[in-house]
Design a protein around this ligand. Structure first.
Ligand SMILES: Cc1cc2nc3c(=O)[nH]c(=O)nc-3n(C[C@H](O)[C@H](O)[C@H](O)COP(=O)(O)OP(=O)(O)OC[C@H]3O[C@@H](n4cnc5c(N)ncnc54)[C@H](O)[C@@H]3O)c2cc1C
Length: 607
């Protein structure tokens, strides 16, 4: 079974050469310490943790899963020790404020670390991963007393966090939430209700678990306008941070699921649990969006991580396994047959995985620069800057979450396909990657919900197409100077000029049709999201190819000529073989809503 190796060469290429992170960090007040040497040391340290500690537990954790005995949840063998190493290394606090014990570095460094950890062992990574959204929510909406009580030990990693939204009757439609919160004379609240599917909901890794819970106050308006947000610890926490008695949060069961078996997905029963209100009454969903947006970018990384891991598994197999001869004649005459990698269709699969992993990484790392500025604005209380960057990141978020997880899942499936029948059996670890990747298009808002968020909320209602025009402007500023180039970059630039015009036309046409038929947005949205993802990834591939071309010509790059040539060739593959899928999504997005709505609900069944 292949063991994960952190793709540091590609990460450094993006960080230092394509996206110029050194300049980005030097423009941030909290970026002074993120010198290239420091960034490199962090990348190396995280890579060692991932390769030597987390990756070796990926398959065993999957096999063993979590256990629930007498109300106590235990994680698979080795997880506790690995988590202790993660905490001792100070990894949780990397990007959180020094005031609470963190290192105060920009948020993007945390994303680089999370990508490596996620690829090495996604189920493990979800334990500290859920804490990140919990910390961000408390940082933004907690009172000083809440912050001082909970943040230091969440930031150190001694405690972990969860996100408790889903209930048996609702996951997407949170307006249906029933969990109740009764105010008490002392200002606290007593929570009663059941939450299901809670990731990292209970475990033995941390001393305490801090749940962020959506619930209703007595007499609250129906629907989403009557939901409030609470912090509910597993063990009571005194004002000075001392841990006290067990609170009324109990684990009813653990879900038996398709993948991420080593992450405890818990049914949590809140039975008279004491909690504290966060933010204003009935405005809980707004506050929860902080958590959800963090989690959505975190889940977009899952697409990249699983594409990378699956590619890393498939490549050596394609180089070693032999089958028949290449169509153009023997490539390895001394061998009984040529290796799989000589067959064009196997190359199509490997290059698709590579293009998704490296193209997706570029998209996430570019968005991370916006996240750095947004988190800083939130911390310094600069509301205008926060709103600007929140809007900008808000456009990227559903595309990254929806498109990259769909493509990451495809890449994980292709990894199995490269192995033929051997991909389907457990021994090589490829089927685990596909099982683990499957959840990514479901939780944190399904692809369908991301698509509605993008087209309905962000593009049409929120900006009347302005967010697409703004992003197109960025693409055109890059593409126009390259458009007359006679090499591969020229072709990519001209394609991007045409695609951005098409993207804006698509937006306008849907807007016009939606004004006549309200079902149009819902029937176009997933194709619109996929179209947007393909074009956006095209831009980030062209950006990488242009930089590789420039560095090849100047000879000033840090990487080898082979590396830069492969970058340009992968970009050419993307433009020739993956970007054309945008045409099918374009046509489907413009199909009249009638094509899906005309059938009577009773006519679906032909049995
Ligand atoms: C392993 C795992 C871990 C999870 N972790 C957490 C967690 O930590 N915390 C938490 O709170 N939840 C968690 N969840 C829950 C998860 O976020 C929800 O399952 C998800 O949001 C979908 O909700 P649902 O299952 O109720 O599906 P539903 O909301 O019933 O949706 C079913 C289908 O209908 C579609 N649909 C629904 N409404 C619409 C609409 N208006 N328009 C178009 N399509 C629609 C959806 O896209 C989906 O395809 C987890 C789930 C799993 C399986």
């Amino acid at each position: 079974m292949h063991q994960y190796k952190a793709p540091l060469r590609d990460m450094r290429f993006l960080i230092n050469e394509v996206l110029d992170y050194p300049a980005h960090y030097s423009s941030l007040p909290n970026g002074a310490d993120a010198t290239p040497e420091m960034v490199d040391a962090i990348l190396e340290g995280a890579a060692t943790l991932c390769e030597e500690v987390l990756a070796p537990l990926n398959a065993s954790g999957d096999k063993e899963g979590c256990h629930l005995n007498d109300g106590v949840v235990t994680t698979p063998k080795g997880f506790k020790e690995a988590y202790a190493q993660f905490v001792a290394g100070g990894w949780q606090g990397l990007s959180f404020p020094e005031e609470y014990g963190g290192q105060g570095l920009p948020m993007s460094l945390n994303l680089f670390k999370s990508e490596m950890m996620g690829a090495a062992n996604w189920a493990f990574t979800m334990y500290p991963g859920l804490s990140i959204g919990c910390i961000n929510t408390l940082l933004q909406y907690g009172t000083d007393s809440i912050k001082s009580r909970y943040l230091p030990r969440l930031v150190s990693g001694e405690w972990s966090g969860t996100m408790c939204l889903t209930e048996p009757q609702c996951g997407t439609d949170l307006g249906q939430i029933k969990t109740r919160a009764e105010p008490q004379p002392n200002g606290s609240y007593v929570l009663t209700g059941t939450k299901i599917f809670i990731s990292s909901g209970d475990h033995d890794l941390a001393e305490n678990i801090i749940h962020i819970v959506l619930a209703r106050l007595p007499g609250a308006p129906a629907g989403t306008r009557g939901i409030s947000l609470f912090v509910v610890p597993k063990f009571a926490v005194a004002a000075d941070g001392t841990v006290g008695a067990r609170n009324g949060v109990n684990t009813g069961s653990l879900e038996h699921k398709m993948g991420i078996s080593a992450n405890a997905t818990a049914v949590l029963n809140f039975e008279g649990a004491i909690g504290t209100l966060i933010g204003e009454p009935n405005k809980g969903l707004e506050a929860m969006f902080t958590f959800m947006n963090t989690a959505r970018i975190g889940t977009a990384i899952q697409g990249v991580a699983h594409a990378e891991l699956s590619f890393q598994g498939a490549l050596p197999y394609a180089q070693e396994r032999r089958s028949m001869r290449a169509l153009s004649g023997k490539k390895e005459p001394d061998q009984v047959a040529d290796a799989l990698i000589w067959h064009p269709d196997v190359r199509r699969m490997l290059l698709t995985q590579k293009a998704v992993a490296e193209g997706g990484r570029a998209m996430v790392y570019a968005a991370a620069q916006i996240a750095d500025k947004m988190f800083l604005a939130a911390q310094t209380g600069d509301q205008a800057a926060y709103a600007k960057f929140d809007n900008e990141l808000g456009f990227y978020t559903p595309i990254l979450k929806g498109f990259l997880t769909e493509m990451g899942l495809e890449a994980a499936n292709l990894g199995m396909q490269v192995f033929g029948g051997h991909g389907y059996i457990g021994e090589h670890g490829m089927e685990q990657i596909a099982r683990d990747a499957r959840i990514s298009t479901l939780y944190e808002g399904t692809t369908g919900i991301q698509a509605l968020d993008l087209l309905g909320r962000k593009v049409l209602l929120g900006s009347k197409g302005k967010c697409v025009r703004d992003f197109s402007g960025t693409v055109l500023r890059f593409a126009k100077p390259h458009a007359l180039n006679r090499g591969p970059i020229g072709g990519m630039a001209r394609t991007l000029v045409r695609r951005t015009a098409q993207w804006n036309l698509l937006t306008t046409l849907i807007m016009l049709r939606a004004s006549k038929d309200r079902e149009q947005v819902g029937s176009s949205s997933v194709d619109y999201l996929m179209y947007s993802g393909f074009v956006m990834m095209g831009y980030f591939w062209a950006l990488q190819a242009a930089k590789a071309t420039e560095l090849l010509a100047s000879g000033t790059g840090k990487e080898s000529a082979e590396f830069y040539t492969a970058k340009i060739q992968t970009a050419e593959f993307y433009f020739a073989r993956l970007l054309p899928r945008a045409d099918a999504h374009y046509s489907a997005a413009l199909a009249p809503a009638r094509s899906v709505m005309q059938m009577k609900a009773s006519s679906f069944l032909m049995a």
